[in-house]
Design a protein around this ligand. Structure first.
Ligand code: ZN
Ligand code: ZN
Length: 111
């Protein structure tokens, strides 16, 4: 079961959503990366890694970080100040530089 979280910046109102599962993937027979999502249990059972959404706290870029090859820096600004979007609660907003992201308890969705 995947859980969707929504975070809202208390400074600029920017909203970001995150899935607790990230983007689990497996390699198909030809070596191509394939994403598996619920309810694809067969695919999920083959998963070997996870591309988790990350947010750069410096420039605001959202990018995926492969759990097998953790990136050290933001691909855009090279900052290492980044966070898994699932753990955005209480983090400073990179868009307005003054707000803090807060978990919105009313916007949770279950898949
Ligand atoms: Zn903000
Ligand atoms: Zn960046």
């Amino acid at each position: 079961m995947a859980q969707q979280l929504q975070f809202t910046c208390d400074g600029c109102g920017r909203e970001l959503t995150s899935w607790s599962d990230g983007n689990p993937y497996y390699m198909d027979d030809s070596g191509q990366k394939q994403y598996a999502y619920h309810p694809d249990h067969e695919g999920l059972a083959r998963c070997i890694g996870n591309d988790a959404e990350h947010l750069c706290l410096n420039c605001g870029l959202e990018f995926k970080v492969d759990s097998r090859f953790p990136a050290a820096a933001c691909p855009d600004c090279q900052s290492t100040d980044q966070v898994d979007t699932y753990e955005l609660d209480g983090r400073p907003c990179p868009f307005c530089k003054r707000g803090i992201f807060r978990l919105d308890p009313g916007a949770m969705a279950i898949s």
